[in-house]
Design a protein around this ligand. Structure first.
Ligand code: ZN
Length: 287
């Protein structure tokens, strides 16, 4: 099969409580019981309307909290993957502690859901090659933590030397895959177009144009976001946040569902096939 003739799109969510949101976690704010996890249900509704299966990167404690809902989604064909035992950025942990945490989190998710957990995305996209090797040792088939551009906090440092690039941003070595996030290049600078705050906060005309241009010339696209970005609950007021973080938590929320649908329609128009990462590892294994 000539895999380069096909184009693949993967829709993911980092399923975490509102208190795990990077800037909320760093603020130390107590948000009580507000988890905003109804955003997962809103996301699944959008995806199911278009026949798309989600890859749900889930924090272990969050999985315990909403295990019934997640089990229901798994039974409907969506896939569970790991987003950490808790939401600590991996680069804050030494390799032994990381290995211990990931091993017990993988075992716990597999015990709860009765299904193999073979994928991982690092909290805060905080990842390096040593930790990537640990994931492989623990039996993971893939990671999806590579941003592909510079990020100030807990920058991801993944060197793809020795990997084969099978699709634009999809790398493989010895049967282990790195599914990077998609970026568009403007004047030599990489700009993230894979969702989260990057798509939500940008001028829509600008970002939609960038995404459409990328999709026309690429063969792989991944979208990600967090539950709070689609939640119908009001974002709690947190006083000790920086201006940008306040903006990040409040701007562009109500219009995000229609933007996600517009991206889905572009992908359909351009002939992309919607897959989970598990399915993509199987397709790519024959590449
Ligand atoms: Zn996260």
């Amino acid at each position: 099969m000539m895999t380069d003739e096909k184009k693949y799109a993967v829709f993911t969510m980092d399923v975490e409580s509102f208190s795990d949101t990077e800037c909320v976690g760093y603020s130390g704010a107590d948000v009580g019981d507000v988890d905003m996890l109804d955003g997962l249900d809103e996301y699944i509704k959008i995806l199911e309307k278009h026949g798309i299966k989600a890859t749900m990167f889930t924090v272990c404690g969050t999985a315990e909290r909403i295990r019934g809902r997640l089990m229901d989604y798994i039974e409907r064909g969506h896939k569970i993957a790991l987003h950490g035992y808790d939401h600590t950025a991996p680069l804050l942990l030494d390799d032994n502690k990381f290995k211990e945490d990931i091993f017990r989190a993988k075992c716990r998710l597999e015990q709860i859901f009765g299904t193999e957990v073979c994928g991982y995305r690092a909290p805060c996209f905080s990842m390096d090659n040593n930790k990537l090797n640990i994931l492989k040792q623990l039996g993971f088939k893939y990671d999806s933590s590579r941003l592909g551009f510079e990020k100030a906090r807990h920058n991801t440092h993944i060197d793809m030397t020795g990997f084969r690039e099978l699709l634009n941003g999809v790398f493989c070595r010895d049967g282990f895959f790195e599914f990077g996030l998609s970026c568009q290049v403007f004047f030599g600078q990489k700009f993230p177009i894979s969702g989260g705050g990057y798509v939500r906060l940008s001028h829509w005309g600008f970002i939609k144009n960038a995404i459409d241009r990328y999709l026309k010339s690429s063969n792989y696209y991944v979208f990600y976001l967090h539950p709070f970005e689609l939640s119908r609950q009001k974002v709690p007021k947190i006083d000790n946040l920086k201006m940008y973080d306040k903006y990040y938590l409040s701007h562009g929320l109500s219009s995000y569902p229609s933007k996600i649908e517009a991206i889905i329609l572009s992908l359909k128009r351009l002939g992309y096939t919607f897959v989970t990462f598990e399915e993509l590892t199987e397709v790519m294994a024959t590449a």
